[in-house]
Design a protein around this ligand. Structure first.
Ligand code: FES
Length: 518
């Protein structure tokens, strides 16, 4: 197939993460019979697998139910930094939660890091785990003030950190904060042994098993699987499915928003001095850097270009911007991988980990990791296994999903829902001129089909796929994502293949197929 003419020829034609490409994972059957377990965990990313590992280790009978294949969502497409330095978060936490809770957030993430290190030692895992200093930096004078406030917050909270005027990498900055004692690893080489251990401990794992419904009543609860009509009876439920698979009046769809970001992994011309890096200024684009071993040599992973899901049409541009950045700073010999990820953010930036709603005993959720899923996904396993086993956990209150702070949550609920409403209405009324016949091979987009708005994609062989562009979750209008060849919903981040199958929820049903010309 020819590559789209406007797309840089150095970038790989199809997205694939370095982690997925270099890990052989076991596969598991689809659930096609009724089962009974103590705990049903929905979702097999880092949060679900860590929870399964910890519970099964204590003899709890666990089933993990994954709609796709294991470790293929955000966990398989992260940049996998192990860090408590989450951008410029501490000044904000200090103001919204106070000193004690801001300090607790740091400790929680450092504890999660210690857990990863301990597990690597205990199970003898080889996952290219490297201790690194983490750096946040700004490049423009306009951003210095806010970085200084962040550094003041470090001092007040007692976080170890150093102000730096320069970085070890060849990038001119106006200021930086170094947080020592952080790290990076290969996330799937770390998690595969946790999957194996969980199975050894008796955990059952099912793939291609979409849970769509919680039946009335319980506990014990009964979950229905969309495919095969199988049922799972259990005393406890953990929703670790990224966007929660059930809401139960928790209003999660209004309390979370989805953000996409991009990564390229390249062989550099100039060496990388170590460390992990993140730009945090508002006056320049977001950039993230780290290294990873590939075939015995270090690649540099450059990430960034964040935007709300479904709100950027020419997604190729984002990869090209990262390529340009990599070329300018390090020089590029070759780019073996490019990929993108979807992250969820909560209203106050602290994840929701704990009981789904105040009234629902025994139903738990872990979501909204604010792009820091390696520590906060691990922490989810630590907190949820403690809650289920009846142990105290020092961080449960901070992460409690039922917390509600008027500032800034109320304002953000209004802003984010206004955004959703705009996509709901505006998407449906726009005039579309383009027709299916206008689509070239490899091209997709919104078209007019039988006088109505529809989504068309023509594959490289000329086959045409037309779907209804109404999202099956709550009816917003989806948009074409050319970089990943997917349909993305701007409202709550559901994503679909060009044939309309669900890639990522909260949607559980496919898009309506309008026509296929093969
Ligand atoms: Fe909620 Fe599309 S994801 S309407």
């Amino acid at each position: 197939m020819q590559q789209s003419e406007s797309f840089s020829r150095r970038l790989p034609q199809f997205p694939e993460s370095l982690w997925r490409a270099t890990t052989e994972l076991p596969s598991f059957p689809r659930l096609d019979e009724d089962i009974e377990v103590d705990v049903a965990i929905v979702g097999a990313g880092i949060a679900g697998i860590t929870t399964a590992y910890l519970l099964s280790k204590q003899g709890v009978k666990v089933a993990v139910l994954e709609a796709g294949v294991i470790l293929n969502g955000t966990t398989g497409h992260t940049t996998a930094k192990i860090s408590a330095q989450h951008g410029k978060i501490y000044d904000e936490l200090l103001h919204h939660f106070g000193e004690e809770k801001a300090q607790m957030y740091y400790k929680a993430n450092m504890d999660a890091k210690a857990f990863i290190l301990g597990t690597v030692g205990e199970l003898g895992i080889e996952c290219d785990l490297r201790p690194e200093s983490a750096y946040i930096y700004v490049e423009k004078t306009d951003d210095i003030q806010s970085l200084k406030k962040e550094f003041d917050a470090y001092i007040k909270i007692g976080i170890p950190g150093q102000w730096r005027d320069e970085l070890p990498i060849p990038l001119k900055v106006k200021g930086a904060i170094e947080m020592p004692d952080q790290g990076q690893f290969h996330p799937l080489h770390y998690l595969k042994p946790l999957v194996d251990e969980s199975v050894k401990n008796g955990a059952k794992i099912y793939e291609h098993t979409t849970i769509t419904r919680l039946e009335e009543g319980g506990p014990p609860y009964t979950l229905s699987a969309y495919h095969g009509k199988a049922k799972v009876r259990c005393r406890r439920i953990v929703s670790a499915s990224h966007f929660p698979f059930l809401d139960k009046k928790g209003l999660y769809f209004a309390r979370l928003h989805a953000v996409r970001s991009y990564a390229v992994a390249f062989r550099p011309e100039r060496p990388f001095p170590g460390g992990t890096y993140l730009s945090v200024g508002n006056a320049s684009p977001k950039r993230s850097l780290r290294t990873a071993n590939y075939n015995g040599e270090d690649l540099i992973i450059a990430g960034g270009e964040n935007h709300k899901t479904g709100q950027s049409i020419r997604t190729h541009d984002h990869y090209e911007q990262l390529e340009k950045f990599g070329s300018e700073v390090f020089g590029i010999k070759e780019i073996p991988f490019r990929w993108s990820a979807q992250d969820l953010e909560t209203l106050d930036k602290v994840p929701y980990i704990g009981q789904l709603t105040q009234g629902d005993e025994g139903i738990y959720v872990a979501t909204g990791f604010y792009k820091w899923g390696m520590t906060q996904g691990t922490l989810s396993g630590m907190i949820l296994s403690d809650l289920i086993l009846g142990n105290d956990n020092p961080y449960a209150e901070l992460y409690n999903p039922s917390r509600f702070k008027a500032d800034p949550s109320v304002k953000n609920v209004i802003v984010q829902n206004a955004d959703v409403a705009a996509h709901f209405v505006a998407g449906k009324v726009g005039l579309v001129q383009r027709k299916a016949d206008d689509l070239k091979p490899g091209e997709g987009g919104v078209i007019s089909h039988n006088g109505k708005r529809a989504g068309g994609y023509r594959d490289d062989q000329g086959n045409l796929f037309i779907v209804d562009t109404t999202c099956s979750h709550m009816g917003c209008e989806i948009e074409w994502n050319e970089g990943e060849r997917s349909w993305d919903c701007p409202c709550h981040g559901s994503r679909y293949t060009y044939e309309g199958e669900v890639i990522e929820g909260p949607a559980t049903k496919p898009l309506e197929k309008l026509e296929e010309r093969i």
